[in-house]
Design a protein around this ligand. Sequence first.
Ligand code: CMC
Length: 448
Amino acid sequence: MDSASPTATQLKKSEDPKAARQSLTITDNRTGKNYEVPITNDTIRAMDLRQIKVDPTDFGMMSYDPAFNNTASCISKVTFIDGDAGILRYRGYPIEDLAEKSTYLETAYLLLNGELPTEAQLKDWTYHVTHHTFIHESIKKFLDGFHYDAHPMGMLISTIAALSTYYHDAKDIFSPESRKKQTYRLIGKMPTIAAFSYRHSLGMPFVYPDNDLSYPGNFLNMLFRTTETRYRPNPTLEHALDILFILHADHEQNCSANTIRGVGSSHVDPYSATAAAIAALYGPLHGGANEEVLRMLMEIGSVQKVPDFIKRVKTGEVKLMGFGHRVYKNYDPRAKIIKVAADKVMQKMKQPDPLLDIAKALEEAALSDPYFVERKLYPNVDFYSGITLKAMGFPVSMFTVLFAVARTVGWISQWSEMIEDPQQKIGRPRQLYTGVTHRDYVEMDQRK
Ligand code: CMC
């Protein structure tokens, strides 16, 4: 359907005389006063509450919403999620269609520009990303400075932040041309830095990008090439990685997207803002969950031990990692696609993994248990992605790094939208101060 045409719900509302007045009437029982605030897109503006005061000196009413459970922080056209129905769309295109028919670079273009590229646009976009994959030689020295067992996510955060010291033109954030240039650089260099971080942790020489390979193919080349004169990626793995990249490309206002918008709202350069987003992703409740899922499955160890583990989750002793989501109260559509991909990779690689059986047994046990059913806890994207990546030969510490490589385009799309939005200002939430109001300074000799 044309995005401009009204939806069935909108039509029903406008035909209903009771719904004709798109406003909310609030009665302040402290003063008996009534206020009428406009409703747009089923939302009121928090600033409209500020007029509600007990007396003229009063600051005015605020809304309290820790963790943004019910607060829209922006107006966006990038990604749509219906968490109850388990729907995810990039720029209106269902994730299932993109995973089946598109490629990561084409999807990245779509996220950034709002439309699927023509053949010429895709060629031009691919050319520019491919020709920005090399990094300055001194960045290699920087990477060499990390300890041998440094986590590649820590290395990625720092190295992406360090890019801001190389590209001074990145500060020109209001120039669309400059933003385009930084976008090529970020999407092009992210796999290189990610792969170099991994090679450093192995103590192996860095592998330079190969411009003749696809985006995921080149990533595999930089990660895994050893003595071959020319690395040829396994087509099954290359395709599976491309699908994983598409599934991780964006996810509207999640923790790291909110971070890049928040940090970027101070008008810092995109490398510093992206480094902050990667840091947000690193946490185990966000992108770090894929690593935690694998550790959990290894700890459980066998299908027989699943019921015991479920008991421990229900007593609150441990969390079932890879389950639950702030927005999805249904099966995460990405998890469905990855589950199929995991099976395919294992069949092709002829490498059955007992962890996949444990994961399936966990899922079955959870989905039929009232604890998970009542709380609407379903597998999320991270539940099967770790097993798939493990089967593809990725070490556990690289799982979240891979997520970061794919999500870069989502971060840049969200950041650019924020920069161009005239309604956005520097992010600055309010607080409810409940500390001591005022007291006199206590001299040292009088303190107890
Ligand atoms: N295992 C056990 N119980 C859970 C889980 C879980 N994974 N997730 C939520 N619950 C329970 C939670 O204890 C609470 O129970 P009660 O009502 O009795 O207090 C109820 O379900 C609601 O949970 P919540 O903590 O209010 O939900 P939230 O929206 O704040 O948290 C979440 C969302 C993703 C942080 C959480 O579900 C979680 O910690 N999951 C495990 C980590 C994980 O898999 N994260 C990846 C998320 S998807 C990819 C990404 O964002 O990068």
